[in-house]
Design a protein around this ligand. Sequence first.
Ligand SMILES: Nc1ncnc2c1ncn2[C@@H]1O[C@H](COP(=O)(O)OP(=O)(O)OP(=O)(O)O)[C@@H](O)[C@H]1O
Ligand SMILES: [Mg+2]
Length: 274
Amino acid sequence: MSSSLNRKPVSQKGYLLVENVEHDFVRTQVLQNIGFTVQAGEVYALVGPSGCGKTTLLHLCNGLLDLQDGIIENTFQKTASMFQQPRLLPWKTCLDNMTLGLKAKGWNKKDRNLKGLKLAKLVGLQPSDLEKFPHQLSGGMQSRVALARVLLLEPDLLLLDEPFSALDIGLKTELYQLLLEQQTQQDLAVLMITHDLMEAVRLSDNILLMKSKPGRIAASFKLTRPPSLRDDAWVYQTTAELLQQPIVRESFELPPPTSPSPVDLATREWSYTC
Ligand SMILES: Nc1ncnc2c1ncn2[C@@H]1O[C@H](COP(=O)(O)OP(=O)(O)OP(=O)(O)O)[C@@H](O)[C@H]1O
Ligand SMILES: [Mg+2]
């Protein structure tokens, strides 16, 4: 897919523009001609098989890796990243972990704890959890702390690398809800990586489907129903429809469908470009 096709008018509120990005690790090309633009209020999901270069691309977007080739322009005011592992400091309490970013910005303890308490409630942490250390928290609670930590920074761009992949379905659903609420209230732009096509269908407006070797964008799917109106039935149906598309099956190295059922073009709520 040519990145120039993704050029679109950019918003005053901020944008992340990625154009013709290529990346090699020791003479092996990992990313080829990657291009897309995420604007304020948009949720993009980056979906593809293991090893296709999703994390590499996210690390280029948040500056953890140096750009070798192409353009990455981020005009958002505040970018925050959340990783697959909660990455909490083991010697700090839950509240101190949550408010680390505010401390770095020079906030005094009283103000940052006040803000931390407010957000803890929002992500479903009990006041009694806040004085606990990470090893005393379940994986789900650690993920809530990690989510609270990024939201406390009041980012306008959120970069997520499979933050919910280790969680059970109930907790995932809760955190999805929370993320979507924050995203719509704050007009957040989100670029999230996931292996899980259903997660992408549940949360995003645009799905960038990647292929491996080298990692490249094979297709871009646009979902027209607002995420707040997507119930389970819609998510299952739409995921099943996407999974019938040859380009999706090829990207995930799945065999052709044995008995494909035709997708009704008049009622489907997605479109795609290759
Ligand atoms: N620091 C590195 N040095 C050399 N090769 C690397 C490095 N980091 C990643 N790679 C290679 O680059 C490719 C893409 O890796 P990346 O972690 O970006 O994939 P991914 O799509 O995020 O995979 P997963 O879904 O399993 O997390 C892989 O082949 C990986 O082995
Ligand atoms: Mg990865």
